[in-house]
Design a protein around this ligand. Structure first.
Ligand SMILES: Nc1ncnc2c1ncn2[C@@H]1O[C@H](COP(=O)(O)OP(=O)(O)O)[C@@H](O)[C@H]1O
Ligand SMILES: [Mg+2]
Length: 454
């Protein structure tokens, strides 16, 4: 923009100076000083400028300010015209022009400290250089507007810089700081401090990230707690039969004289405890396998046949406990893609529980129905039931409503947690409903195999 103003002015001055020098060519050759002076004065008056006409030796012939007549006057622009240039333009600060006479020339015209433009144009007669026309004009306003513009640009830059600083501070608040805190949280957590949480600020993506981090660390903390809980429960469960056996064996050791009948009874008890230990250990191993990402041996299974078969296996136990076990026949065969051994264990455990937690004279019913794309197994008993507050926990490891009763029936408290994991592995769900004192119903839903049941 500033550049443009200057070039515009240069071009204007150049045009005026060239016209004048053409006009003056004739006057100079004819030594018509009066016409030259009149024409120069006219141009200087209308354009508010100063016109000098120099002869070929740079002696001033005409000065519209009537100051420099007869003096020699030479500037870089005049010099380059003398050397053959078609014209030359220069800018000067009148107050700082180098030589006194030059300063005088500019000052006399524009006053101290004003920016002045000097245009030199050759005056020719044919090809011969007969003089130089010097056109001096004020460019102070242009200079000032240029300076204003520079000031404006500078202030804009200052505003932009301030905005950048503010944005930077905001970014620091909304991005850098949350990331820093998150980093710190992760570092603390990786050092094992699972209670590490980060502050959730605002409502942006970072707040979401902080929330996700917090819920992850909460989950990790829960997992860690339940793991140590599990280890302590497992140790406790293993210790119980061990202490029992120790007492039995010590009693036998200090027996004097040996009573064969008592010895046999005690050894039978020790044997039972060993069975119990075996059951706990194999249940624990199953859980460990599940935790390590157990693979299923999938095959198309007739789930109705599987249910009947497990019920048949448990018939003797039901009879022994004085329970009527009955399995409703299924009309259509329902196929499930599943692991036969695991689903057998699921069904076996559920019916086994139903028998064990039902007093003599009670009934256990199992049924298989279809609901949309699912096979639904229901095992209902008329047993002791499960109190409402225990219901949400019965699928937890080692959870038993009545410890004594469970132990008496040979339970480990791990059966239902294994059952649940197996069902989940098959993409199914398990649920329990119960009315304490009246009985319970366990409902297992398994997705039907795609092909045949569509
Ligand atoms: N059919 C049922 N009726 C009443 N209570 C049940 C039934 N099935 C399970 N329970 C309760 O759930 C607990 C957990 O079951 P489970 O994991 O199989 O352990 P357990 O080894 O004691 O049988 C049992 O101890 C019992 O209190
Ligand atoms: Mg059980």
């Amino acid at each position: 923009m500033g550049e443009y103003l200057f070039t515009q002015r240069t071009r204007d001055d150049q045009r005026i100076a060239e016209n004048l020098s053409e006009e003056f060519s004739g006057y100079l050759v004819a030594f018509d000083a009066q016409s030259m002076y009149d024409a120069a004065l006219e141009a200087a008056r209308t354009q508010q400028s100063r016109v000098l006409v120099l002869d070929a030796l740079c002696v001033v012939q005409v000065d519209t300010a009537s100051e420099m007549n007869g003096q020699r006057f030479i500037t870089a622009e005049i010099d380059s015209v003398l050397k053959g240039a078609p014209g030359d333009y220069g800018f000067y600060d009148a107050g700082r022009a180098g030589r006194y006479w030059f300063r005088a020339a500019l000052n006399g015209f524009s006053g101290a400290d004003a920016m002045t433009g000097v245009y030199a144009s050759p005056i020719k007669n044919g090809d011969a250089l007969v003089g130089v026309l010097v056109y001096i004009s004020q460019v102070q306003e242009i200079y000032e507007s240029l300076r204003d513009m520079q000031i404006r640009i500078l202030s804009w830059m200052a505003i932009v810089a301030a905005a950048v600083l503010v944005i930077n501070a905001l970014v620091l608040r909304t991005i850098t700081r949350p990331i820093g805190e998150l980093n710190e949280g992760i570092a603390r957590m990786s050092k094992g401090e699972l209670s590490a949480r980060v502050r959730v600020r605002g409502n942006n993506e970072f707040a979401g990230l902080a929330r996700a981090f917090n819920s992850m660390s909460e989950r990790l903390e829960q997992l860690d707690n339940s793991r140590s809980q599990f280890v302590s429960n497992a140790s406790h469960e293993l210790k119980t039969p061990l202490s029992t056996m120790k007492i039995l064996i010590e009693t036998l050791m200090y027996q004097d004289p040996l009573d064969p009948a008592m010895t046999k009874e005690f050894l039978t008890d020790v044997n039972k405890e060993i069975d119990r230990l075996n059951r706990i250990v194999s249940d624990l191993l199953t859980l460990v396998n599940i935790d390590n990402g157990m693979k299923l041996n999938l095959a198309e299974l007739d789930i109705g046949a599987l249910l009947q078969e497990q019920a048949r296996r448990l018939l003797p136990l039901a009879r022994e406990n004085g329970i009527e076990l009955e399995c409703a026949a299924v009309k259509e065969p329902l196929e499930v893609s599943g692991d036969a051994l695991k689903l057998q264990q699921v069904v076996y455990n559920i019916i086994d529980n139903a028998i064990k937690y039902t007093p003599r004279g009670g009934e256990v019913h199992c049924a298989l129905t279809r609901s949309g794309k699912k096979a639904v197994i229901r095992v209902t008993d008329t047993g002791v039931g499960i109190p409402q507050e225990d219901l949400p926990h019965i699928f937890d490891r080692f959870y038993r409503v009545d410890k004594a009763r469970s132990r008496e029936t040979g339970g480990t408290g791990l059966g239902l947690s294994i059952v649940k994991q197996f069902v989940l592995l098959h993409g199914g769900t398990i649920d329990a409903k119960s009315a304490p004192g009246k009985g319970s119903t366990f409902i297992i839903e398994l997705p039907l195999a795609e092909k045949k049941n569509g």
